[in-house]
Design a binder for this molecule. Structure first.
Ligand code: 9YW
Length: 416
């Protein structure tokens, strides 16, 4: 019998396109930002050199302003919508015009710390360091214009949790009039009942067309967007990346970048307190347009444990995960909420990448048992149901794309 680690390696090799890895064949034929950074963590277990290349390739497509786009369209492929013609960002190699969770700083530090020979990879780390620092600088300059310490996403796709219940209220404000007719491709690869709705796609597209009309001038898009949301999960990833990048910068003799990123992390952590909900026992997203916290206890507020939140908050998050009590943890939305939908993408299903980051954060915060329960549950899910894109948290049914890259990468991490 083939071991799950060998299966995971086979999937990572199968989806490898030489210098970048596709999330899965057919459904997602390009390079996605946070997928790649997490994929590198899996690749390091069998090919360290290849893992570094994955992140280096992504940063070759960083925009001059510092933004790292959420998709790099390396090759033509009509199997995905919206493709490069819709984005029309006018980049040498086409990319999308929005970003994704900034997990690169965390991934870089982990690759460096766990390298077989850190001295040998130090030059590669030193070359990536200022690029990641420029991305972080871009975030705070363009997505936190009032200096609150936390950044906003301006499109649900940026969160990586596309159709989360968190976005329902602010997303209602996005109009749909005037969008060009389009044909979705995701619903041709996967069950439409497990994907975002047409009403959501219309709004995704309206925002893309709106930003395109502003020539993708990233300095203007935040204020011009009717959708501005401060997501605790997205910010936790960025703040963890800032703290990790600061440590690495110190080690590599870049005390300027260390100081800058430490300051981002400290200010952001203080501001995270404003997102805490004692009633829900977790953090919540804030609608920046209205200033209101959004009453949606999704996994984004549990993912906050990935950054250095206070230990008592991490303990409460561990209890909240237990209280939601799905057979497979961690559901992207708790079944106790009537809006929960066990099979629809980010409105209920379990995603292994999120599990990995929550478990990592809880372990660091002294919640070793809670972290171990997430790891064990994640590996059960794979042994029983294979390497899917996401899973029903109650039945474990595999959903979305199959032979999925970042799921495979996380398995190698969970097993290590
Ligand atoms: C899309 C690739 C991406 C992930 C996102 C996930 C989904 C669909 O797939 O997005 O069309 O971009 O929501 O987090 O990066 O795996």
């Amino acid at each position: 019998m083939t071991s799950i680690s060998q299966n995971a390696i086979d999937i990572l090799r199968e989806n490898d396109r030489g210098t970048y890895t596709v999330p899965t064949k057919g459904l997602y034929p390009f390079q996605w930002n946070w997928d790649s950074c997490l994929t590198a963590l899996g690749q390091r277990h069998f090919d360290e050199n290849r893992a570094w290349t994955e992140i280096e390739t992504l940063f070759e497509h960083q925009w001059p302003c510092g933004m790292v786009p959420h998709i790099v369209f390396h090759q033509k492929d009509d199997g995905y919508f919206p493709g490069p013609d819709i984005w029309a960002t006018d980049r040498p190699v086409p990319t999308s015009g929005i970003t994704q969770p900034a997990v690169a700083g965390f991934a870089l530090k982990r690759l460096f710390d766990r390298a077989a020979d850190p001295a040998q990879v130090a030059p590669r780390a030193a070359a990536l360091l200022p690029k990641i620092a420029a991305w972080h600088r871009w975030f705070f300059a363009t997505r936190d214009p009032k200096g609150e310490g936390l950044v906003a996403i301006i499109h649900p796709w940026e969160s990586g949790r596309d159709n989360s219940i968190d976005w329902d209220i602010p997303f209602d404000r996005v109009p749909t009039d005037g969008i060009a007719p389009y044909t979705r491709r995701d619903t041709q690869h996967a069950d439409p009942a497990h994907r975002p709705t047409k009403a959501q796609y219309d709004r995704y597209l309206w925002l893309v067309e709106h930003f395109r009309a502003l020539q993708w001038d990233t300095a203007r898009l935040h204020d011009a967007s009717p959708f501005q949301v401060v997501d605790p999960g997205f910010n936790a990833i960025l703040l963890r990346a800032c703290a990790d990048l600061a440590d690495l910068a110190e080690t590599l003799g870049r005390s300027d970048l260390a100081a800058e990123n430490r300051a981002f992390a400290a200010r952001g952590l203080a501001a995270m307190e404003g997102l805490w909900s004692p009633d829900h026992g977790q953090y919540l997203a804030r609608d920046r347009v209205t200033g209101q916290l959004i009453d949606s206890a999704s996994v984004g507020g549990l993912l906050a444990a990935f950054c250095a939140i206070p230990a008592d908050r991490a303990a409460i998050i561990a209890e909240t995960i237990d209280r939601h009590a799905t057979r497979y943890r961690v559901a992207s939305h708790p079944p106790q909420d009537p809006r929960f939908d066990a099979k629809r993408y980010w409105r209920g299903p379990v995603w292994l990448v999120v599990n990995y980051m929550i478990a990592d954060g809880l372990a660091r915060a002294g919640q070793a048992d809670a972290a171990a329960r997430i790891t064990a549950s994640s590996l059960d899910l794979i042994r029983e149901n294979g390497f899917a894109e996401y899973y029903d948290p109650q039945s474990g049914e595999p959903l979305g794309g199959g032979r999925f890259t970042w799921t495979a990468a996380m398995v190698l991490e969970f097993l290590s």
